[in-house]
Design a protein around this ligand. Structure first.
Ligand code: ATP
Ligand code: MG
Length: 235
């Protein structure tokens, strides 16, 4: 199995008391799957995502990726946060190049890779713009381009479209879905929106709060996704 979460529990100390964010979560994820973590506010979605991504470790149980225990974030993977995480003083092009800089790729090649992904998210005309000149949806597209330019194995996304209007959100949902089909990325995506989860996911992991527990894992049948796609084409 690609990603294995085994009996994982995360406890925090809050006001000198122990608080369980989630407990006994077990979950197997295959390479190339699109997984949505779904549940109400406070059920531990972000905490679980951060634990799989290696930002915060579980207190009991284990999480492994390709058989290796997750102890820190891996440079093979990338996380897209809700607040876009763009550097305001850098242009769109330079923001997308950011993740390529530590890889010591020559400048010309770096620019070419960054440009390819900027084109893909439809921002070719904004390469030299700064984040403040862009709308929220455009900024989120820059952060998606930046993530893809790094050619990650796994993309972690924590409610990335939460702050966007419905139309931009729909467009980006379609983009991310076709990108992960074309490039076979594994995606773990947090949302509290049931329709978003059904539209995007191969499987939906439902968490319940107090403390966060895995309630069930739902398969989203392919036929339903095809039906949604066709309904869009013909409507
Ligand atoms: N660093 C922390 N220290 C203490 N408690 C924390 C910490 N991070 C999260 N928690 C607690 O863990 C619980 C789960 O938080 P988490 O952020 O994972 O929820 P969530 O499902 O992502 O909610 P939302 O949909 O509102 O983002 C919350 O009750 C929160 O107070
Ligand atoms: Mg959260």
């Amino acid at each position: 199995m690609y990603i294995e979460v085994k009996d994982a529990t995360k406890k925090f100390i809050q006001n000198e008391k122990e608080f369980t964010a989630f407990e006994n979560v077990s979950l197997d994820i295959e390479k190339g799957e699109f997984i949505c973590l779904l549940g109400p506010s406070g059920c531990g979605k972000s905490t679980l995502l951060n634990a799989i991504a290696g930002f915060d470790l579980v207190t009991e149980g284990s999480i492994t990726i390709e058989g290796k225990e997750v102890l820190e974030p891996s440079t093979k993977n990338v996380t897209i946060f809700q607040n876009y995480g763009l550097l305001p003083w850098r242009t769109v092009l330079k923001n997308v190049e950011l993740g390529l800089e530590p890889k010591k790729i020559p400048k010309v090649e770096r620019e070419a890779i960054a440009s390819k992904y900027i084109d893909m998210v439809g921002l070719s005309n904004f390469k030299n713009a700064h984040p403040k000149e862009l709308s929220g949806g455009m900024q989120q597209r820059v952060s998606i381009a930046r993530a893809l330019a790094m050619d990650p194995d796994i993309i972690f996304m924590d409610e990335p479209f939460g702050a966007l209007d419905a139309i931009t959100r729909m467009k980006l949902q379609e983009d991310i879905l076709s990108i992960c089909k074309d490039y076979e990325k594994t995606i773990i995506f947090v949302t509290h929106d049931i329709e978003e989860a059904v539209f995007l996911a191969d499987r939906i992991v439902i968490l319940t709060p107090n403390p966060g527990k895995l309630k069930c894992v739902l398969d989203v049948p392919l036929s339903r996704k095809i039906a949604i796609e066709q309904a869009k084409i013909f409507s």
